[in-house]
Design a binder for this molecule. Structure first.
Ligand code: SF4
Length: 245
């Protein structure tokens, strides 16, 4: 797809995405979806990456690309790579605790085939689904700053621009929810984060919220396996029955 065509399609699908607003200091436009491997745009994250490249030269240690179907109807959005998960393996949610529940649930709902073995060579394939993070690089303490989220947003938008048949976006956690709303130019107060809630983001796309499937949320039972499965049942319902792949 040419950049001009990609940009035109993107603006048609996300008509509010160019609006500047008080929460968004970056003029949003679709960019190439993949940052360079040694992206320097967030100095704090680049510095951590350089330290880890020396400490663990066998780890991925780079911006983590989306994983899944090239033409998805479902996008699952997390916050950022975990140190020993995606930052180590190079695939979102792969190798950390959260990935077990996420990928096992995708397998259960027919949104993936194969077996999840916490290894990028496990042969797992996603069906109609892509998994990506709103921030591509590992942040210290798993907490990107607001500026880092803003800086990485064009790459998030660039990825979304490649998915013309998206129907549902699943936000894993409050911050992913906010990133998605800002990307769509929607005020945060109009669609508050609520586990299990569904919102109409655009005529074609619905947003579904879930608590993040982190170890903490699972250990405290803020998010149980049953609750997470209910979210996926809602996602399937949101997709509707008229255009199954
Ligand atoms: S988080 Fe995004 S913008 Fe920041 S350094 Fe990584 S790839 Fe670049």
């Amino acid at each position: 797809m040419t950049k001009q065509r990609q940009s035109a399609d993107f603006q048609k699908k996300y008509p509010n995405s160019k609006k500047d607003n008080k929460e968004n200091s970056l003029s949003i436009a679709p960019q190439e979806s993949m940052p360079e491997r040694d992206c320097p745009l967030c100095p704090r994250l680049a510095s951590l990456r350089h330290d880890l490249q020396k400490e663990h030269p066998d780890w991925f240690n780079a911006p983590v690309p989306p994983f899944g179907d090239d033409d998805p109807w479902l996008a699952i959005v997390g916050l950022a790579p975990g140190m020993k998960g995606a930052n180590r393996t190079g695939r979102p949610f792969t190798g950390d605790f959260a990935g077990i529940l996420l990928y096992e649930t995708l397998l259960k709902y027919g949104l993936a085939t194969g077996h999840y073995q916490a290894d990028i060579n496990d042969g797992l394939k996603l069906k109609g689904t892509v998994v990506l993070n709103s921030v591509r690089c590992l942040p210290p303490q798993n907490k990107p700053t607001t500026q880092e989220m803003v800086t990485c947003r064009p790459f998030f938008l660039g990825a979304m621009a490649h998915y013309p048949h998206l129907k549902v976006i699943l936000a894993l956690g409050h911050i992913a929810h906010q990133t998605i709303l800002r990307a769509f130019g929607i005020t945060l107060s109009s669609m508050p984060f609520k586990h299990g809630a569904a919102y109409q983001l655009s005529p074609e796309i619905q947003l579904v919220d879930s608590y993040h499937c982190s170890r903490y949320n699972q250990n405290t039972r803020r998010l149980t396996e049953d609750m997470f499965q209910d979210v996926f049942a809602k996602i399937i319902e949101c997709r509707g029955n008229d255009d199954q792949k």
